[in-house]
Structures are given as C-alpha cells and as structure tokens.
Write a protein that binds this ligand. Structure first.
Ligand code: SAM
Ligand code: SF4
Length: 336
C-alpha cells in the first residue's frame, strides 16, 4: 500500500470511528497520590515490565505511520520518568505528527517547562484541583501547591499557547472552588477544563458515586458570576467549551459520567507496560509489549497488531451501569 493511503485509512474501528489520537503513558509512577487516581500505598509495575524509552518511541512511530496526528504523553506523572526529555525530543521530530502534548501535575514544571517547549511539546495540561495549600495536600495526599503554581508560572513564561488547567471537582473536597479556580484561569488567560470524577478502580475510601459533581452543576456555579456562551471552537477531544465575554480563556467540560461522548471517540491509550487500551472504561486491550519483545516479530508485525486491535474497540463505556462490570484499573494505570 502506498504510504499516504495507509496513513489515512488504517485505524478505523467497527463503528466507523477513525483513531488519530494516542495517549501514551510513559510511566505508572507519580510523585503525588491523588485520592481519585491511586491508592496511598501503590504497588507500581516492576521496572522491567515498563516499556523502555526506545520501545515507547517505536510504538509512537508505528501509530504515526498509521495515521495518528496527535500524541499526548501522560502517566502516572510523565515528568518523573528518567530521561523523558530525550523521548520528547525524539517524538518531536517524528514526521507526520502534528501535535505532541503533555499532561502533568505541574510539580516539576518549573524545571521542565522551557526544555519541553524547545523539545517540541505544543500544549500542556496542568492538573490543579485546589488553590488552598491544605486542601491541595489532602487531595494530592503529598503534593505542595506552591510547587505547582511555580510550574504554571514557568509554563506561561516559556510561552506555551493554550495552557489548560484540569480540575476534578469532588463533593466534600473542593466543590466550593469552582469559582476561584475559574478566576485563576481567567486572570491568566489559561483554559480550564472541569473533569467529572470517573469510577476507575478503588483509589480511596470515599464513595465516588457521592463525591462526583456533575458538570451541569459545575457550570451553574460559574454562571452565578459569569455569562457563558458556547465557544465556536470544537477540539478533537471530548471537552465542550464555553467562554466568558471579553476573555480569552475557554472553559471546558469533560463529562464522561453524565454525558457519554463515546460516539465521537477518536483515541486509544497505551499503558506504561505497553498494553493498548481501546477504551477508558473497558478492559479490551492488546499486549504490544509482547510483540515488541518477541525476536521473531518486527515493526510490520507491531503495526499489524495495532490495525487488528481496532476491531476490538468497544462501542462505549458503561460507568455506573449495574449491568456491566466496572473498571478495576486505576487512572495512573490507564494513562489519563
Ligand atoms: N499526573 C498527570 C496529571 O495529574 O495531570 C497526568 C496523569 S493523570 C492520570 C491525568 C488526568 O487524569 C489528571 O488531570 C487527573 O486529574 C485525571 N484523573 C485521574 N483520575 C481520575 C478519575 N478517577 N476521574 C477523572 N479524572 C481523573
Ligand atoms: Fe499522579 Fe496525576 Fe494520578 Fe495525581 S492524577 S496521582 S498527579 S498520576
């Protein structure tokens, strides 16, 4: 097949959805222990089971040759992976990749922001759930707010366009911070996305069904102070954006729990141990590491395995649907 034709058509699933976006988890490890994401005493994957930087690059190259335009590096916390900048530099040079993105907790961003930009990262999402030091610590269990704020400042200073804050709002933790977080973003011309807490594994003692705040509720909090209008911008992702008149910031709502957006799904995830996850909320997966580490299989076999995997992409997730099994996999194992 002629290379161009292969790029356009290879990754289409049985529901006609074209996959052009991969979230690549570079580690399951993290310097935080957020209550919605992982347990306090996490058992991480043994190091030899985690893909090497070279293997991660090979996987990324295969996806890009199959038509993927965007790769987001995530984890765990991508910036705790040793030599992650080396990988970023290599991925930044992949022909055909339109955008290299990163999601981070911001803890080490003061050091990494400028080099990440130089290495080719286009946009960064930074998680921030509270502007109160003690609360921030309660949610992240170990994080320091001032470090993350310094990271955000460094990312702004490094000249990144469309920096986005990601906030998970949970009843009993930070539901009164919707407006302060929104103002924080507006004052700095940052985008902000509110993400509904998803029931991925047992991360802590709280009952997620009672802590999860719907984005409809979050939006109403913002509307007590601002008039919102629908943004003309539709990104390829699941965020639905609104804006405040006269402000540059976009306010996004990612509502996997209250609004199923699976019909438009254009993405897959690769876990740190090389499991190609076809859906956030289902266990359908293919072991790419087995292909990578099999001396009898080559790059062509890896691409063939990825193409074949598309047939296994489920139609949708079923969060809180008692008729379907709920994911036991935690978010840091998923690649958020
Ligand atoms: N460590 C980085 C960070 O925190 O930004 C990247 C990985 S983290 C798993 C990616 C995103 O997933 C973060 O914005 C985090 O808030 C979000 N997240 C983690 N667990 C979640 C859950 N159970 N429901 C919704 N969002 C979650
Ligand atoms: Fe770490 Fe991100 Fe998970 Fe928080 S959400 S524990 S920062 S991987």
């Amino acid at each position: 097949m002629e290379a161009g034709a292969e790029r356009e058509r290879s990754l289409i699933d049985t529901f006609g959805r074209q996959v052009d976006y991969v979230r690549l988890s570079v580690t399951d490890r993290c310097d935080f222990r957020c209550v919605y994401c992982m347990t306090e005493q996490m058992q991480f994957v043994p190091r030899q089971q985690v893909l090497t930087l070279e293997e991660l690059h090979t996987v990324a190259r295969a996806f890009v040759e199959l038509g993927v335009r965007r790769i987001r590096l995530t984890g765990g916390e991508p910036l705790v992976r040793a030599n992650v900048l080396h990988l970023v530099e290599q991925l930044g040079q992949l022909p055909g990749l339109d955008e290299l993105l990163l999601t981070t907790n911001g803890n080490q961003l003061d050091k990494f922001a400028a080099p990440l930009r130089t290495a080719g990262v286009g946009r960064i999402n930074i998680s921030l759930d509270s502007l109160d030091e003690q609360r921030f610590r309660r949610i992240s269990r170990v994080g320091k707010l001032s470090r993350v704020l310094a990271g955000i400042d460094a990312a702004i200073a490094a000249g990144f366009e469309r920096l986005r804050i990601n906030s998970v709002i949970m009843r009993g933790y930070n539901e009164d911070e919707v407006l302060p977080l929104t103002e924080f973003a507006l004052e700095r011309d940052l985008d902000i996305a509110f993400i509904e807490e998803m029931p991925l594994g047992e991360a802590s003692e709280h009952d997620r069904a009672s802590t999860t705040c719907s984005n409809a509720w979050v939006r109403r909090q913002i509307e007590t102070r601002h008039v919102l209008f629908d943004s003309a911008v539709r990104t390829a992702g699941p965020s639905r954006y609104v804006q405040v008149a006269g402000r540059k910031s976009r306010i996004g709502f990612i509502s996997p729990v209250t609004h199923n957006f699976c019909a438009d799904c254009n993405r897959v995830r690769v876990t740190a141990e090389g499991r190609l996850l076809l859906c956030l909320g289902n266990e359908h997966s293919v072991d790419l590491r087995a292909v990578l580490r099999d001396p009898d299989r080559d790059f062509g076999d890896l691409k063939a395995a990825i193409i074949a995997a598309m047939q296994r992409k489920p139609e949708r997730h079923h969060f809180y649907d008692g008729d379907h099994a709920q994911p036991v996999r935690l978010m840091n194992m998923t690649g958020g």
